[in-house]
Design a protein around this ligand. Structure first.
Ligand code: PA5
Length: 479
């Protein structure tokens, strides 16, 4: 029996979804979802299931097969071994889907203070940075901080031409060449890009950098389980085999066409009904786990960029989408929750909790005579955070605010792999419900093309003119 089959049999290793607080019998008929409303989508869901299955069989949804795509693992492990052996710093240059998965893995599975530890305390694992912005101050400060002799860069770009990533690459390349010369500098760079297409692949072919492949047809925001997320994960010391095994388990848990047996489909349907029938245009994801903040950001990208579309598949203007928002429990109970409980009825909240935190922190008893303080003593922070989550959920329920809860038994590579796959499938299924293409991003491309025009890229002169014309402003409105 292989490792993932063993996991399969152990129900307690699975993430679980509780959607009681989405349903009308719990939340009231005005906002809650009825069984009939779910049933109304049962047939459509079966059709979507069969369509996705066909597309998958034809190789049109290759990201769904990433959990089984083990052919790159040896290469990834080998490159990560070399990086860990030779360098103290590892910097990812990439943006959007080329960075958010790695950031999510780093946040979820590594010590948040790792980069501050001494080399000995880091036990051979380099400091890891994600440079996913081009703020000149931010980027320059990072470069000033790094000892380039001890730094490896992973340039990640599926298209191989994203302006931000290419600009970062050019800056870093020049510095490395000045320091180490035209040959030796190459040892500091690993490139992750398409096998054949794009300027970055052309550069790899010309200069012979170490490189990894973003598999054909796997878009940025669906690429966390490819070499895009897996090389940074391996460098950080995360078990990529466990990440993939978790994703594989979730894939197998989501093979049924029945909504009641398919957590990704059921939650997609619930959020779809909430959005289109109950006016919940905002999808908040609120982990009660610091380490899952990055996953919440990753979710925000996949949900926004995949579902926010002007045109339906049959070319009607529908302006679909549900705005994702990241919140953090308990921190945002003292910032956002007031709005969630008493503001407009336009939100659905997905909580993410863990059954078992890694640490237990005891609250010592003290101030016996002060009843407003003494009740805490003798408990654990673990109990307090769980009580606060339940209390928040109940306050939301009392005010008919829809919410559901995803529970991870523990936070580790195996459960994180499940979570990634769960959200990816939920997103693609939702795309089909909205009748849009969740895999493209024409709006982002439009912005990219204006940038090319404004920066003087050949072939984009019309974009430059268009951008300059549209950018004309009325001085009256600038005060
Ligand atoms: O999800 C996506 O497709 C985007 O967010 C891309 O990842 C992002 O625009 C970066 O693109 P690339 O990887 O081609 O540099």
């Amino acid at each position: 029996m292989n490792q993932s089959n063993e996991h399969d049999l152990q129900d307690h290793l699975r993430i679980k979804i509780d959607f009681n607080h989405m349903m009308s019998d719990q939340m009231g008929s005005q906002h809650g979802i009825t069984l009939d409303e779910i049933d109304d989508l049962a047939e459509t869901s079966k059709e979507i299931h069969s369509d996705l299955k066909n597309k998958r069989e034809k190789g049109e949804l290759p990201f769904l097969d990433l959990p089984y795509n083990r052919e790159y693992i040896a290469e990834i492990n080998e490159i990560s071994y070399t990086i860990r052996k030779n360098f103290d710093n590892f910097v990812v240059l990439g943006i959007g889907g080329s960075a958010l998965g790695g950031i999510a893995i780093q946040g979820a599975l590594t010590n948040p203070f790792h980069n501050m530890l001494s080399k000995k305390e880091r036990k051979g694992i380099p400091r890891v940075f994600f440079a996913d912005n081009i703020d000149p101050d931010g980027f320059q400060r990072l470069l000033d901080f790094l000892d380039l002799k001890k730094t490896a860069f992973n340039v990640i770009s599926k298209s191989g031409e994203t302006a931000e990533t290419m600009a970062q690459f050019l800056i870093v390349r020049e510095r490395l060449i000045q320091l180490f010369g035209r040959d030796a500098y190459k040892k500091h760079i690993v490139i992750t890009t398409d096998l054949k297409k794009g300027w970055l692949r052309e550069i790899v072919n010309q200069e012979g950098f170490a490189s990894l492949i973003v598999p054909q047809g796997v878009g940025g925001r669906f690429s966390v389980l490819s070499s895009v997320g897996l090389l940074p994960a391996a460098v950080m010391g995360v078990s990529i085999e466990e990440l993939l095994a978790g994703a594989e388990l979730m894939d197998r848990l989501c093979r049924s066409e029945s909504l009641w047996e398919n957590p990704a489909y059921m939650t997609a349907v619930l959020k779809y009904i909430a959005c289109t029938k109950k006016g919940k245009a905002i999808s908040i994801v609120m982990p009660y786990v610091d380490a899952l903040k990055g996953v919440a950001d990753w979710y925000c990208q996949i949900w926004a960029e995949s579902l926010g579309k002007k045109f339906s598949l049959d070319n009607n203007v529908i302006n679909a989408g549900q705005t994702p928002v990241r919140a953090l429990g308990v921190t945002d109970q003292h910032s956002q929750l007031q709005l969630y409980i008493e503001g407009p009825f336009d939100k659905v909240i997905t909580f993410i909790v863990v059954e078992n935190y890694e640490k237990e922190v005891f609250i010592p008893p003290a101030y016996k005579d002060l009843e407003g303080v003494t009740y805490l003593g003798g408990h654990y922070l673990n109990e307090l955070i769980k009580a606060e989550k339940v209390a928040t959920e109940l306050a939301l329920k009392k005010n008919q605010r829809l919410n559901l809860t995803i529970t991870l038994p523990t936070l580790d590579a195996f459960t994180l792999g499940q979570l990634f796959f769960f959200f990816e499938l939920q997103t693609v299924f939702s795309g089909a419900l909205y009748h849009i293409d969740p895999l493209n991003q024409p709006g982002v491309e439009q912005g990219k093309q204006f940038t090319y025009g404004l920066m003087g890229r050949k072939g984009f002169e019309d974009k430059k003119k268009d951008a300059q014309d549209s950018a004309r402003k009325n001085k009256r409105y600038i005060i």
